[in-house]
Design a protein around this ligand. Structure first.
Ligand code: SF4
Ligand code: SF4
Length: 315
């Protein structure tokens, strides 16, 4: 794992190089972020400048009730080593699952970051259990609810990372035993930036951070998702769309039609109801579920565990 916590103050590019991430890889990554932001690959230098600026706020990354899959999506990526690129360039100063510090040292890291004169961006992964005054979700002796409240009060911006944070996710699915709610619902704030997805694409996460660093206004949809990432239906961006239009539907996952790239609608695909940029941005710059032969299950929409399931029912 190519991660270092709390080191990313200056000389980010130099440190990346020491870790084997070349300037070329870094610029390739920045071009992908620029494209996702609708700036075009030519704006890679602008993205790189924002990510490596000397005075940039640190990032506090909190965990609520979730599976840590959103962090995994970042950490398990390769080429161009997105984990190192993201986590070392954005100055990640607190992340409960990957930081080396524990106990009081971890608490100190959190308090130092909260009181940093340059401020911080708060990223929250996971839903907030509210039952029993939040005591069904504790970290370091504090409720997840209190940790979020404490950090949100001082954060320069709040990013809800993944569908548990944006809409409650699987925790909030019926019967929602912990009475879990999303970050924006818990805080009662309309300015939380929702990077939905189960998991969300790391490029969308970095894109939101870059837009914030550049001082660009992030236009949100009615569900507080950045329009630049979530403005179009998966269906409208899908390479199988010409087959949908011609009524060419695969009838089983192992059929020759599925392998030929025919539409997966009759196998349960939720692309026509789901807003996300997966077909355009891809995961790992490599592939996305529908191209790999799996229907979209609607993971970036509210209550998808209840409203989009069962995921494998044929139409
Ligand atoms: S596979 Fe899904 S997203 Fe793609 S065209 Fe068919 S229904 Fe739409
Ligand atoms: S294809 Fe659909 S289910 Fe898969 S990651 Fe994209 S939005 Fe989520």
């Amino acid at each position: 794992m190519r991660v270092s916590i709390g080191l990313a103050k200056d000389d980010a590019e130099k440190r990346l190089e020491e870790k084997g991430v070349s300037r070329r890889d870094f610029m390739k990554f920045c071009a992908a972020v620029a494209t996702a932001l609708g700036m075009g690959p030519g704006a890679a230098a602008e993205v790189a400048a924002a990510l490596t600026a000397k005075k940039r706020p640190s990032v506090i990354y909190l965990h609520g009730a979730e599976c840590t899959g959103c962090s995994e999506a970042v950490l398990r990526t390769y080429e161009p080593f997105i984990d190192a690129l993201i986590l070392d360039t954005i100055s990640l100063d607190y992340h409960e699952t990957i930081m080396a510090a524990a106990g009081e040292a971890a608490e100190k890291a959190l308090n130092d970051a909260i009181n940093s004169p340059d401020g911080f961006v708060l990223v929250h992964e996971g839903a907030i259990p509210t039952i029993g005054n939040g005591t069904w979700g504790m970290v370091g002796g504090h409720t997840m609810a209190d940790n979020l409240k404490k950090c949100a009060a001082k954060a320069k911006a709040i990013i809800a990372m993944g569908t548990c944070a944006t809409f409650g996710g699987v925790q909030a699915a019926k019967p929602n035993p912990t009475q879990a709610v999303s970050v924006s619902e818990f805080l009662g704030r309309k300015d939380v930036i929702n990077i939905a997805g189960c998991p969300p694409n790391p490029i969308n996460f970095v894109g939101a951070v870059v837009a914030f660093l550049k001082g660009d206004k992030i236009e949100l949809d009615s569900l507080q998702r950045p329009k630049v990432f979530f403005g179009k239906l998966v269906h409208d961006l899908c390479e199988r769309l010409p087959h949908f239009d011609k009524g060419e539907f695969a009838k089983s996952f192992d059929s020759p039609e599925a392998k030929k790239g025919w539409c997966l609608y009759e196998l349960g695909c939720r692309g026509p109801e789901t807003y996300n940029n997966c077909p355009k941005v891809l995961f790992n710059s490599t592939n996305w579920p529908v191209k790999a032969g799996h229907p979209c299950i609607g993971c970036s929409e509210p209550k998808f565990w209840d409203s989009m399931s069962p995921f494998y029912s044929a139409r």
